[in-house]
Design a protein around this ligand. Structure first.
Ligand code: ACO
Length: 425
C-alpha cells in the first residue's frame, strides 16, 4: 500500500514525500514546506518530529518493544555482557570471540586518567553533584586527545574506546573525592563492571561485591545503553551537528541526562520514596499529591514520552531488584513501598487514562542503594550505561550528510519599534 501525504497552507497545496522505516513507521517529509509555502511546523517538545533516520535502536512505545540493532532487549539482558552491547551499538553487530578479546584487553589497558582530569575532579567541592563533575571531567579530556579524532584502536575509534575505558575510572574518582577517600587504581585482572565496583568501594565497608552482583550491575548498564532520540541523545547529536568534538558532545549529553525529568529521575525516585517513608509509608498520599493539579509533585519514575503501555526495561529491573536484594540479604522497606505505589497508581483512573507506567528509573535506585551507591551517583550510573548509545548516535549523525541542527520558531514578541533615549524612558 503506498501512502501519500499533502498539506494545504492558505491557497497552496503541497504534495509531501513519505518515508517508511524498516518497522513500517511512517514519516512525512516536510523539508520543502517552508520553501514552498512560507510556513513551518509547530511541535513543542518534538512529540511528532522525526529529526533523523537512525539504524541504532527501535522502540515501539505502544507495544513495549525495545531492540538494539534488531536484538530484543530481553534477549540481550543476561545473555551478553555490557561490553558486547557497547560493541553492538558502535559497530552494528555483536562481536565475535576474537573481536571481544581484543576489545576487552584494550578496555583494560586504557582505563588510566591523564593527571589533569584527576586534578579537575579534586578541584571540585566535595559536595558538588557528581553529574556536574562528570561533565567537566569528560569535557577536559578533549584537550588531551584533540588531535586524535580519526585514530583507531582495537577496531574502534580510539577516542571512543578510551572514553568507554575511562568513564568508570572518572565516576569512581568522583565518588571517592566526594567521600574523602583516596582513589583506587584500575585493576586489569578485573572485567569492566567488577573493576568499576572495586574502584568505587575497595577499602570501604561496602567492598567485596561478588560476581553475581557485578553481573546484575552489568545487566543494568545494558538496559540503559541506548534509547533512540531521547533528550540527552538528541543533545549529543545536536551539539555534534555543529562539529563540536566527541568529548564536548558527550559532556553536553551528561548535563541533559542530569535533569530530573530524564536520567535524574532515578535519584528523584529514591528521594520521593524517602518522602513516603516520612509520611508513614502512605502511598495514597503520594498518589493524591501527583494527581493534584495545584501541586508540582509528580510520581517520579512514572510516565514516559514514548512508552504508553509498559517500559520493558522497568519490567526487567523490577525482577533484578528482588534478585539483588535477595542476594545481599537486604529487606529494604522502600522496595515494598515502591511495589505498593506501582500497584496503587496502576489501579488509579488518573494514571490509567494518561497511560502512565513505571519507567526505567522507578526500581533502579533501589538496586543502586542496596549496592551502596550514594544517591548523587545514581545518574552517573545511567551515564555509564548510556555512553555507547550516545557515541553510536554521534557517529551516525556525523557519518551522514550531517546538517547543523537548527529548529525554527514562531515569534510572539514585540513588533518593530524605535529605541527611545534613556532620559525619555
Ligand atoms: N506524575 C503525575 N502526572 C504525570 C506524570 C507523573 N510522573 N507524568 C505525566 N503526568 C501527567 C501530566 O501532568 C499530564 O497531565 P494532564 O494531561 O492532565 O496535563 C499528562 O500526564 C501528560 O504529561 P506530559 O508531561 O505532557 O507528558 P510528557 O510526555 O511530556 O512527559 C515525562 C514525559 C517527562 C517522562 C513525564 O511523564 C514525567 O515528568 N515523569 C516523571 C519524571 C520521570 O520519571 N522521568 C524519567 C523518564 S524516563 C527517562 O528519561 C530515562
Amino acid at each position: 500500500m503506498s501512502i501519500t501525504a499533502e498539506i494545504r497552507v492558505g491557497d497552496k497545496t503541497l504534495p509531501l514525500p513519505v518515508i517508511v522505516g524498516s518497522e513500517q513507521e511512517v514519516g512525512v517529509d516536510i523539508q520543502a514546506l517552508r520553501d514552498k509555502t512560507g510556513a513551518v511546523t509547530f511541535d513543542p517538545g518534538y512529540g511528532n518530529t522525526g529529526a533523523c533516520e537512525s539504524a541504532v535502536t527501535f522502540l515501539d512505545g505502544e507495544l513495549g518493544i525495545l531492540r538494539y540493532r534488531g536484538y530484543p532487549i530481553e534477549q540481550l539482558a543476561g545473555k551478553v555482557s555490557f561490553l558486547e552491547v557497547a560493541w553492538l551499538l558502535l559497530k552494528g553487530e555483536l562481536p565475535n570471540a576474537a573481536e571481544l578479546a581484543t576489545f576487552t584487553a584494550a578496555e583494560k589497558a586504557n582505563r588510566g586518567l591523564p593527571a589533569h582530569v584527576t586534578a579537575i575532579i579534586n578541584a571540585f567541592p566535595k559536595d558538588a553533584h557528581p553529574m556536574a563533575v562528570l561533565s567537566a571531567a569528560v569535557l577536559s579530556l578533549s584537550s588531551t586527545y584533540h588531535a586524535e579524532t580519526a585514530a583507531t584502536h582495537a577496531g574502534l575509534n580510539f577516542n571512543e574506546l578510551r572514553l568507554m575505558a575511562q568513564l568508570p575510572t572518572i565516576a569512581a574518582a568522583i565518588y571517592r573525592h566526594g567521600a574523602g577517600l583516596a582513589p583506587v587504581a584500575p585493576d586489569a585482572k578485573l572485567d569492566y563492571t567488577a573493576n568499576f565496583l572495586n574502584m568505587m568501594f575497595a577499602g570501604t565497608a561496602r567492598s567485596g561485591h561478588d560476581a553475581d552482583i557485578a553481573n546484575a550491575l552489568d545487566l543494568l548498564l545494558i538496559l540503559h545503553a541506548d534509547h533512540e532520540q531521547n533528550c540527552s541523545t538528541s543533545t549529543v547529536r545536536l551539539v555534534g551537528s555543529a562539529q563540536a568534538d566527541l568529548y564536548a558532545s558527550i559532556a553536553a549529553g551528561i548535563t541533559a541526562l542530569w535533569g530530573p525529568l530524564h536520567g535524574g529521575a532515578n535519584q528523584a525516585v529514591i528521594e520521593m520514596l524517602d518522602g513516603i517513608v516520612a509520611h508513614g509509608g502512605d502511598v495514597g498520599w503520594a498518589v493524591a499529591q501527583a494527581k493534584d493539579k495545584d501541586s508540582s509533585f509528580r510520581l517520579m519514575g512514572f510516565g514516559h514520552r514514548v512508552y504508553k503501555n509498559f517500559d520493558p526495561r522497568a519490567t526487567l529491573i523490577k525482577v533484578q531488584a528482588d534478585v539483588v536484594l535477595g542476594k545481599l540479604g537486604k529487606n529494604d522497606p522502600q522496595l515494598a513501598i515502591a511495589k505498593g505505589l506501582e500497584e496503587a497508581a496502576l489501579k488509579d483512573e488518573y494514571f490509567v487514562a494518561r497511560k502512565l507506567y513505571p519507567n526505567v528509573d522507578f526500581y533502579s535506585g533501589i538496586i543502586y542503594r542496596a549496592l551502596g551507591f550514594p544517591y548523587g551517583m545514581f545518574t552517573v550510573l545511567f551515564a555509564l550505561g548510556r555512553l555507547p548509545g550516545w557515541m553510536a548516535h554521534w557517529n551516525e549523525h556525523n557519518a551522514g550528510k550531517a546538517k547543523i541542527g537548527r529548529p525554527r520558531q514562531i515569534y510572539t514578541g514585540k513588533n518593530a519599534r524605535d529605541v527611545v533615549e534613556l532620559s525619555k524612558r
